[in-house]
Ligand binder design. Sequence first.
Ligand code: DX5
Ligand code: ZN
Length: 228
Amino acid sequence: MAYSAKIGPSILSSDLSCLGSECVRMMECGADYLHLDVMDGHFVPNITFGHPMVESLRKSSVQEAFFDMHMMVSRPEQWVKPMAAAGANQYTFHLEATSNAGNLIKEIRESGMKVGVAIKPGTAVEELAPWANQIDMALVMTVEPGFGGQKFMEDMMPKVSWLRSQFPSLDIEVDGGVGPDTIHKCAEAGANMIVSGSAVIGNDDPRSVIALLRTVVAEAIQKRSLDR
Ligand code: DX5
Ligand code: ZN
């Protein structure tokens, strides 16, 4: 089985005045990667931060961490080079935000980053399928993008199951409302990269939550490999 269980806290839920130390704290608590939410106030009704913040985080605090950039922006083409230069490792763009996904995938690769493609709840998973063999990760949103702390949409799980059945070795990420109460559904459906914001960062013991999420996903992966 090519993929493994990975947990990526969404640092949007942290005390943003201490972002550097919060990133360090999450890595020390066992995070496998960090999920960084970029919002432009246009693709989603909220704004967060851009590549200068990523550059600072990379230089100052978390030099080794894997940065998964969740680009909730209208013109994802615009930020590929700046994000690569800032030290991003993976560039996850929204399929809804581009009319030329093939070219964008190529540009991201040429800039040296891994490629992720995200779909909003209203987008059919079949739209992602043509790109799945060219990308490193598919992100199935389990809330409407824009805000942390929303309710998990269980009705997105068939998208994850379908992707897992069609692309057995693809990294599949879920994002939105994922925590100890909802992780079993995600794991059973076949997700292996787990974004969790408020459930991890809002907990007094993030280390235990991260370990729990990883265990549930790892067990589901193990079970799936035995069933094959
Ligand atoms: C929402 C973001 C998520 C969010 C997750 O648009 O993409 O990454 O921060 O936060 P929780 O886990 O609290 O839903
Ligand atoms: Zn996100």
